[in-house]
Ligand binder design. Structure first.
Ligand code: PHE
Length: 376
């Protein structure tokens, strides 16, 4: 290779000049696989008399004074890159006869030849997206945030006291049967109320938050809950809920109805109607189940709503005075004579399945990208 010519000594032409030389060297070095070939490479590039590096040096000597320092620096770098690779002693060890690979010693030519081309385009990583359950929780939370609710959270491993007793489920009360769950082992010596279990609903966070903050209070609580339910198309032993609690003076059942009616319309569209049925929860009195008009048939009756035109969506009610009394031991401001409130709880999976027309709850947990990508 003739050494490339150098018309002027600007940074740009020096760049070009040195790059061309180094590229040429790389091409030749890659072919030099035997000790003899490396020796030839050495004579050609760093040989005392005819070596190409010498010729490069001569060209650079002609550089005007102001470009000398720059040119010298680059020349040294070029030498440092080329010289060590022209030493026949530093060839990688040949592959052993049995074909096993040996690692080349650090600094061996094969490693030095592994250059990184920083001008290659980067590896494109696909952006992730919210999981449909998280997305549903965020959307629901922001509907309530717009009404002045803030977000509260609590532990998933909960004590019997917060999960049941403070919520007016006395020990052995039959309402506990509907919320069977895993309990932590080896706690028999503790009093019942201190024993730990996987929470069966997000309602314990009502108690925890009221104990910390006096009224007025408006919170929503998104979170994961656990129940001894056999998995089927619509049930999973681990699922998610969003709890709501509003406490102030003069809160009435019509506040509850207005709030939930507004929230369902904000979430499912303004054509949706709501209706309230008597129900039972130990921690609300009166209690209600809320149904919305079927979002698939608009209320005319279809397979999804089992021809009734309505779909049951959540539980709610006015906070039972017994609940305020358990809180009042720590926060006397929760005096059931002076304040009142409502609470509600809904299943996130159920709402997401409705909203997106998903038939199998297991899809949420499958991690199957073909399913998840549809919500990106
Ligand atoms: N915690 C109840 C459940 O999981 C739902 C609920 C919450 C009902 C708040 C009323 C008030 O079934």
């Amino acid at each position: 290779m003739p050494v490339p010519s150098l018309t002027d000594y600007s940074s740009a032409s020096l760049d070009c000049f040195f790059r061309e030389i180094l590229e040429q060297f790389e091409r030749e070095a890659a072919l030099a696989r035997s000790a003899e070939a490396v020796e030839d490479l050495r004579i050609r590039w760093v040989g005392r008399k005819q070596g190409l590096l010498n010729r490069v040096g001569e060209i650079l000597k002609l550089a005007p004074a102001e470009a000398r320092k720059e040119a010298g620096k680059r020349f040294n770098a070029l030498k440092a890159a080329i010289e060590p690779r022209c030493d026949p002693q530093r060839l990688p060890p040949p592959q052993s006869a049995d074909g096993g690979l040996r690692l080349p010693a650090a600094g061996a030519p094969s490693l030095a030849a592994e250059t990184i081309d920083v001008t290659l385009p980067g590896t494109r990583r696909r952006l992730g997206a919210e999981h449909p359950l998280i997305k549903t929780m965020h959307e629901m939370v922001s509907v309530f945030a717009a009404m002045g609710y803030s977000v509260a959270e609590g532990p998933e491993v909960e004590s019997d006291y917060y999960n049941f007793e403070a919520l007016n489920f006395p020990p052995n009360h039959p309402a506990r049967d509907t919320q069977d769950t895993l309990v932590l082992a080896d706690q028999e010596r503790k009093p019942l109320r201190e024993r730990l279990l996987m929470r069966t609903h997000t309602s314990p966070v009502q108690i925890r938050t009221m104990e910390r903050r006096p009224p007025p209070l408006r919170i929503v609580v998104p979170g994961k809950v656990h129940r001894n339910d056999a998995a089927d198309a619509t049930h999973s032993p681990i699922f998610h809920q969003i709890e709501g609690l509003c406490v102030d003076v003069n809160i009435t059942f019509s506040d509850l109805k207005g709030t939930l009616d507004y929230a369902m319309k904000a979430f499912f569209g303004s054509a949706v109607k709501t209706r309230f049925f008597p129900s039972f929860f130990p921690f609300t009195e009166p209690s209600a189940d809320v149904q919305i008009s079927c979002i698939f048939c608009g209320g005319k009756g279809c397979r999804k709503c089992k021809s009734s035109g309505w779909i049951e969506l959540l539980g709610c009610g006015m906070v039972d005075p017994a609940v305020f009394l358990s809180v009042a031991r720590k926060q006397p401001a929760y005096d059931p004579e002076k304040i009142s409130g409502f609470a509600f709880g809904m299943g996130v999976e159920r709402i997401a399945m409705m909203k997106y027309g998903i038939g199998e709850i297991g899809q949420f947990y499958s991690g199957d990208l073909r399913f998840l990508e549809q919500f990106a």
